[in-house]
Design a protein around this ligand. Structure first.
Ligand SMILES: Nc1ncnc2c1ncn2[C@@H]1O[C@H](COP(=O)(O)OP(=O)(O)O)[C@@H](O)[C@H]1O
Ligand SMILES: [Mg+2]
Length: 306
């Protein structure tokens, strides 16, 4: 506790509360009920080690990735790079310059040739086991809206190399999409959507492709859940994103996810190691099968939408 704190004006109720928590030597006494006095020094050291200003060199492989994976090193994340990395970094820098929240900051390339990004505090979403709250889905939809607004004036002067298309120009009717905004790439903190990670698939596209992709695991549409919930959540998502009704969105989903399976197959074919890793989880057939099952559920979802 710094001396500076005591110099600020303190409301009487706070002063009384503080007096209950600290003894005359200004030491935190809340632990006393279960920690003997001689351990006070140890407690102080633990608190110092948790200070963000202290460098950390610990590392761990992060869960939730099936393509290239990510490793946390201290307060950074290290990920494999490819010919698409310069364009992705240019995109991320543009988004940060536009003030878009929830985007990792590029910090360079490490000695092992991996990209260094800021570690965004929170947790991932295990999509097969969890359905995010309606409020989190709305926050993700709002973030997508903000992303598409922020990326609208990102118009590179000439072709760029993107992972799924190779070197192409951005067409006038396209924007740069995330192209993998599934819930497994969201970061949740204290029950709120706070960030979107994994930008390697970014490239030219049409904004509704991203919305459809987000709905696939965010609603989710790839799992069989009660249609009333699906209809309600499609409505919420379209309401917050704007410009699109739930029937239109539903129409786009099968097409977008079929494209996803085709792109995985094409990536495997051309020797993209990361996309080849998806075979371990059954891709691209897994998505093909899920799209076929989803098509059969569409009439019931439409009926629930009214
Ligand atoms: N910048 C980051 N900050 C915090 N967590 C991250 C970050 N990047 C990735 N992660 C976590 O690691 C997981 C795997 O990383 P990801 O980049 O998605 O790998 P993959 O390309 O294999 O899908 C993500 O789902 C997320 O939970
Ligand atoms: Mg990922």
């Amino acid at each position: 506790m710094s001396a500076a704190l005591t110099e600020h004006p303190v409301a009487p109720r706070d002063r009384a509360r503080r007096a209950r928590r600290y003894d005359g030597r200004r030491r935190f006494t809340g632990w006393r009920c279960f920690v003997p006095r001689r351990f006070d020094v140890t407690i102080s050291l633990v608190l110092v080690c948790h200070d963000d200003s202290v460098p950390r060199d610990d590392s761990e492989v992060l869960k939730g990735g099936a393509v290239g994976g990510a490793t946390r090193v201290g307060r950074t994340v290290r990920r494999p790079v490819g010919p698409w990395t310069p364009a992705v970094h240019e995109l991320l820098e543009h988004l940060r310059s536009r003030g878009l929240r929830g985007v990792p900051e590029v910090q360079g390339i490490d000695d092992d040739g991996r990209e260094i990004l800021t570690y965004l505090e929170g947790r991932g979403v295990p999509v097969d086991d969890e359905i995010v709250l309606d409020a989190v889905l709305e926050e993700a939809g709002q973030w997508l809206r903000d992303f598409h607004d922020a990326v609208d004036d990102f118009r590179p002067d000439g072709p760029r190399f993107w992972r799924q298309t190779g070197e192409v120009e951005l067409e006038p009717d396209q924007i740069i999409c995330h192209h993998d905004p599934g819930a497994y790439n969201w970061i949740i903190q204290s029950g709120h959507f706070v960030a979107m990670v994994d930008w390697d698939m970014a490239g030219p596209g049409d904004p509704l492709q991203d919305l459809a992709f987000l709905a696939w695991t965010g609603v989710p549409l790839y799992r069989e859940i009660p249609v009333e919930g699906v209809a309600r959540r499609l409505d919420l998502l379209c309401e917050v994103y704007g410009e699109c009704g739930p029937f239109t969105l539903l129409d786009r989903v099968a097409e977008r996810m079929t494209l996803a399976s085709e792109r995985i197959a094409a990536g495997i074919e051309r020797g993209d190691e990361g996309l080849a890793n998806l075979q371990k989880v059954g891709e691209p057939q897994r998505t093909r099968d899920r799209v076929a099952a989803f098509r059969e559920r569409i009439p019931a979802i439409q009926a629930a939408l009214g």
